[in-house]
Every structure is written in structure tokens, then in C-alpha cells.
Design a protein around this ligand. Structure first.
Ligand SMILES: CC(C)(CO)[C@@H](O)C(=O)NCCC(=O)O
Ligand code: NA
Length: 621
């Protein structure tokens, strides 16, 4: 970028940024030295299963709200209008189903890793395949997350790119390694607040400088940025009500239902009720986060309509626009540029810390512990800390890979969620809703889903069909009236964009459908293979691993038919699984006995006893 356009920080901005890093370190240090001092994996990875719903819910938002969303969403609104905002519709079902279906099943099994479920339901192989898929997804995603704020800062202020990447990566690695999940959750709380405050400050100043709310509204209206419901059913249309409002539901399920980062937070909750409540509480905050970033995009448009600033941003195209806007507008308001940069880095830190901790958890619980059942708690904890450090350093390497990508960061992140997270969601759905699915079906299904993802993902890159035409950069008032702009644009679209056909049409599937597409591929392939190789019998399915979806969907059918459809283990009131000495019928190496009615609170007091039993069991066999 041309140095004459570069914006600069005042001392106070650096101070605010430093305060963010120091406060995060401080929270890490506090949790390293208080409580159980991070000497057990229960504390380091599961926060002693003692968290309340408020910190958990703020932490749940923070996991997938990174600098990618903070700069990507405004850039999207700026260039394409507010259609993306309809993603908010997907949050309703997207959070309701995890709260009512996924959390009860996973919480009652008292897991540490979400992928432990896959072993209980299917087999060890499926568990390992699921874990590896999650590691793959998270490792690429965290590269994008740590790179994004550093690169925007570099494009606008000329701040050393790799210096910023290194600083964020290392600080985050350090507090995650010393403070464990408690530090991750409490820094998330602090960082989420900074994130909201930073965005809000930018909006307030932006609106004031543009001449008030009515001026902003007039400009975005005349610039044709306000989008109505687009009910176009074409699945290759990038953003419509259907791709966002329905495709987005699957995206939300894969993130809030079965992703380890989130499941770990549900499992760290004191009770099942707290976990469910924290999931519900995500709804208003996520709507707020979406609204803030969409409004930022609108304010940015109102301020710049008709002017083209992209030349000042060099190769970074639209993504660095937000930071440019912020620095440009906040010049002369000491501290505010620093606050927004703190907001960007807060968002990034809270996401990569969740990634480090969840990666350490699954590597420990799914890949290492099963092979070393005799490992002492002290050793396991030391190893978990080493793993957190390892993933922190790996994250830096992944940032370098992201550096080589060209697409908008928001689209890249959402594609990763869809292409790799979708098959994982499919695997869990196959297990929970289809009692007939067997282990072979699950492995082949997951493989099929990943192949389909790879196919459509690479196809869309090669044919270059993932982009879309931006709206004109002008305010209606400057050149044409709003309506004329629309007419001309529609005409242009019709002339130049002929509908792709055949495979090319498949490759241009909207990325918002990726999750649903790969999820259904897994379920379909999984069921076909399961029926070919011999469907699972009801009595062989581990109790508590099935959600009676069909029983609930078809509640009007006669009892007998329903019984056939739903399955053996209807999800009753919270159940307590107890591991017994090995003289009953075995299943997956353990015995599961149900204690019938028990309130979630009793579950808590019951826990230590269960653990003792488990230890005895392991040592006697
Ligand atoms: C995950 C959603 C869709 C939830 O609203 C949103 O936070 C988002 O668009 N995230 C983009 C990825 C990121 O911010 O890292
Ligand atoms: Na975040």
C-alpha cells in the first residue's frame, strides 16, 4: 500500500492494545494459580465441570466469532447489501435443536470429547475418523483466524504482519497452556465484551460523522444496499433467504451441536440445565453480534458511497476496508483506533484459544489416553499442556498457508465449516437419529461425505464459480436514482450471467449449502451401506446414544409402528450412567446402567462416586 495513505496509531492506542494482551495473560495466570492449579485433566480440559451458564454462553459466541466475521461481514454488506443478515433467521432452529437434541444426548453420556460418542454408538474406528476430521477442520480454520486481524492491520497501518501474528499466537498459546479451559472461558467473557464495545464505538462515531441515522439510512437506501427477502429457490445463488435461512441452520448445527469446541463448553457446565440455558442465551448475543457487524457495513457504505478506496488497500481487496474506514474516521479521536484493533484481536484470541484447548482435548482423550490407560493424572495433564503448546505453534505455521489464499476470508472460513464440518454433522446425525446405521456404514458414509466435499470444493475453485457480482459502488443520489440502478443491474446480470449447466452447475452450488449437502451425503451413504452389510439391531445399540427423532416426528402414528420407527432407548428424563464391575452383559467394554429419574442437580453429587468405580474397574481388569 502507498505509504502516504497509511494511518497511524497514537501512544494511547498501543496502550489499549497492550492492556488487552496483559489482561488475557493475567486471567490465564490467575487460573494457573487458583483452584486446583491445573493439576488434573478434569480441571485443565473440562474446567472441573463446574461452569455456570453466563460465562459459558459468552464463551460459546466467542468460539466462532473471530476477526473474520468482524471484518468480513461489513465488507460483505458493503459490496453486496444486507441479504447476508438473513443468516439471523437460521439462528432460531440452529440453536433450538442443539439445545433440545444434541446437548441432552451428549451431556447425559458424561463424555469428555464429543467423539467419544462415536465410539459408544459405533466403534473405535469411527471415533478416530471423527477426531481426525475435527483436527483437520480446526487446524485450517485457526490459521485463517490468526492471520486475518494481522493482515488487515498490516494493510492499513503498515504494522509488521508476522510480528502481529506471532504476538497473538504466542500470547494465546501461553494463557491457554497455563490456565486451561477455565482461563479460556473467562478470557472469552472479557474478550467478547471488548469485541461488542469496539464495534459499538465505531458505529456510534460513524453515524455521528455521517450526519445522523437518517442520513445513513438515506444513503444506504439510495445505494440499494437494503435487501428484501430473496425467495429465489436456485441453490447456486450465493445468498438468498433459502441458502442463508435454511442452509445456515445446518451450519449452525455443525458448529453449535457437534463441534468439540462447543460440546466441551456444554460438558463443562455444572448441570445439563445450565448447559441448555447457555445455549439458549447464545441467541440474543449472536443476533447482536450479527447486527453490529451488518450495521458497521452499512455505516461504512454511507460514508464512502461513490468513492473508491480499494486502490489504497493494495492486494487485500475488500477485506481490509473496514479497518481502513475505522482508522480514517477515528483519526484525531485518540484511543478509539486502539479500541477497534483490540476488538479485532479479542475476537481472534478467543477463537484460537478455543481451538488450542479443544484440539488438546481430543488429541488427549481420543488418540492418546485409549492407548495408555495406566497413565497417571499428573502425566496426562503435563502432556495436555504440551499439546496445547504444540497446536499453538502449529497455528502460526497455518497462518502462513492462509497467506497464500486469495478469497474473502469470510467465505473461506464458512467454506471450511461446511466442507469439513458438514460430514462430521452427518456422522453424528446418522448415529443419533438412525438406529439401523452400523459402524461400516458410518466410516463409508463419512468417507463419501468428505469426498463429495472435496469434489464440490475443488470444483468451485477450479471453475471460479464461487464469487458473485458486487453491487455498484455508487450512492443512488450521486449518479442515478436507486430504481434505475436496480434496473440496469438486473439487465446486466441477465445478459452476462447465463445459467451454468451440468457439472459446472454442481460446482457453483452456494457455499451456504455445503454443510447440508455433505451432511446428507454422509447419512445417505451411511444408511445404504448399513442396510447392505446388515442393519444394526436395536438391542445392540448402546443405550442413551439414540435420539428418538422419528418417534417424535411421527407422534400421531399408532404405538406399534412408532416403536418400530423410533427405537429402544427413548431419551427419558436425565439418566445416570454408572459403570459396574464386569459381571453384567458388556457393551463397548463398559456396562451402562440407568438410574431412572434423577434431577440434573443430583447428577452432580453423584459424579465422584462414578469416577472411583471407573478407576477400580480399570485396575481390576
Ligand atoms: C459462525 C457464524 C455464522 C455464527 O453467526 C458467524 O459467527 C460467522 O460468520 N463466523 C465467521 C467465521 C469467523 O468469524 O471466524
Ligand atoms: Na472469537
Amino acid at each position: 500500500m502507498d505509504p502516504s495513505h497509511q494511518k497511524h496509531f497514537a501512544v494511547i492506542d498501543y496502550v489499549i492494545f497492550a492492556v488487552l494482551l496483559i489482561a488475557s495473560m493475567g486471567i490465564g495466570l490467575y487460573h494457573a494459580l487458583s483452584g486446583g492449579r491445573q493439576r488434573t485433566t478434569q480441571e485443565f480440559l473440562m474446567a472441573d465441570r463446574s461452569m455456570g451458564c453466563l460465562p459459558v454462553s459468552l464463551s460459546l459466541i466467542a468460539s466462532f466469532q473471530s476477526a473474520v466475521a468482524i471484518i468480513g461481514v461489513p465488507a460483505e454488506i458493503y459490496t453486496h447489501g444486507t441479504q447476508y443478515w438473513f443468516l439471523g433467521c437460521a439462528y432460531i432452529l440452529g440453536l433450538l435443536i442443539p439445545a433440545r437434541v444434541f446437548i441432552p444426548v451428549l451431556y447425559r453420556l458424561q463424555l469428555s470429547s464429543a467423539y467419544e460418542y462415536l465410539e459408544l454408538r459405533f466403534s473405535k474406528t469411527v471415533r478416530i475418523c471423527g477426531t481426525l476430521t475435527f483436527i483437520f477442520q480446526t487446524v485450517i480454520y485457526m490459521g485463517v483466524c490468526v492471520y486475518t486481524p494481522a493482515f488487515a492491520l498490516n494493510a492499513v497501518t503498515g504494522f509488521e504482519l508476522w510480528g502481529a501474528v506471532l504476538a497473538t499466537g504466542l500470547v494465546c498459546t501461553l494463557y491457554t497452556t497455563i490456565g486451561g479451559l477455565k482461563a479460556v472461558i473467562w478470557t472469552d467473557v472479557f474478550q467478547t465484551v471488548v469485541m461488542f464495545v469496539g464495534q459499538l464505538a465505531v458505529i456510534v462515531v460513524g453515524v455521528l460523522q455521517t450526519g445522523g441515522v437518517s442520513q445513513v439510512w438515506r444513503k444506504v437506501w439510495e445505494g440499494d444496499r437494503i435487501a428484501g427477502f430473496d425467495f429465489n429457490p436456485d441453490p447456486t445463488e450465493r445468498h438468498t433467504f433459502w441458502t442463508l435461512g435454511f442452509g445456515g441452520v445446518f451450519l449452525m448445527w455443525s458448529l453449535y451441536g457437534v463441534n468439540q469446541a462447543q460440546v466441551q463448553r456444554y460438558l463443562s457446565s455444572r448441570t445439563e440445565k445450565e448447559a441448555v440455558r447457555s445455549c439458549y442465551m447464545v441467541f440474543p448475543s449472536l443476533q447482536l453480534a450479527l447486527a453490529l457487524s451488518c450495521v458497521t457495513g452499512l455505516v461504512m457504505f454511507a460514508r464512502y458511497c461513490g468513492e473508491d478506496h480499494t486502490d489504497k488497500l493494495g492486494s487485500s481487496k475488500g477485506d481490509a476496508m473496514v479497518l481502513y474506514f475505522v482508522m480514517d474516521m477515528l483519526q484525531g479521536l485518540p484511543g478509539l483506533p486502539g479500541l477497534f484493533v483490540a476488538c479485532l484481536f479479542s475476537a481472534a484470541l478467543s477463537t484460537i484459544s478455543s481451538a488450542f484447548n479443544s484440539l488438546a482435548t481430543v488429541t488427549m482423550e481420543d488418540l492418546i489416553k485409549p492407548h495408555f490407560p495406566a497413565m497417571t493424572e499428573a502425566k496426562a495433564t503435563r502432556l495436555s499442556k504440551a499439546l496445547a503448546t504444540f497446536y499453538g505453534l502449529l497455528c502460526l505455521a497455518m497462518a502462513f498457508l492462509t497467506h497464500l489464499m486469495g478469497e474473502s476470508v469470510l467465505q473461506v472460513a464458512l467454506k471450511i465449516f461446511g466442507l469439513v464440518g458438514g460430514p462430521l454433522l452427518g456422522l453424528f446425525c446418522l448415529g443419533m437419529f438412525f438406529p439401523w446405521a452400523n459402524s461400516t456404514g458410518a466410516v463409508v458414509g463419512l468417507g463419501t461425505g468428505l469426498m463429495m466435499s472435496l469434489w464440490v470444493g475443488i470444483g468451485s475453485i477450479v471453475t471460479g464459480s464461487s464469487g458473485s457480482r458486487p453491487l455498484p459502488q455508487t450512492c443512488g443520489a450521486v449518479l442515478l436514482s436507486g430504481n434505475t440502478t436496480t434496473v440496469i443491474q438486473t439487465a446486466l446480470t441477465n445478459v452476462t450471467l447465463s445459467r451454468p449447466s451440468g457439472l459446472k452447475r454442481f460446482y457453483s452450488l452456494s457455499y451456504m449449502w455445503y454443510t447440508a449437502f455433505s451432511c446428507f451425503s454422509v447419512i445417505l451413504a451411511g444408511l445404504i451401506i448399513s442396510f447392505i452389510t446388515g442393519a444394526m439391531k436395536e438391542e445392540d445399540v448402546t443405550p442413551g446414544t439414540i435420539y428418538p427423532l422419528f418417534g417424535k416426528l411421527f407422534c400421531f402414528l399408532p404405538e406399534r409402528l412408532k416403536k418400530k420407527l423410533c427405537c429402544v432407548t427413548p431419551l427419558g428424563p436425565p439418566q445416570q450412567i454408572q459403570i459396574q464391575p464386569p459381571h453384567h452383559k458388556e457393551s463397548n467394554g463398559f456396562i451402562y446402567q440407568y438410574e431412572g429419574e434423577q434431577s440434573p442437580d443430583e447428577t452432580d453429587t453423584f459424579l465422584p462416586e462414578t469416577q472411583t468405580l471407573q478407576v477400580e474397574f480399570e485396575t481390576t481388569v
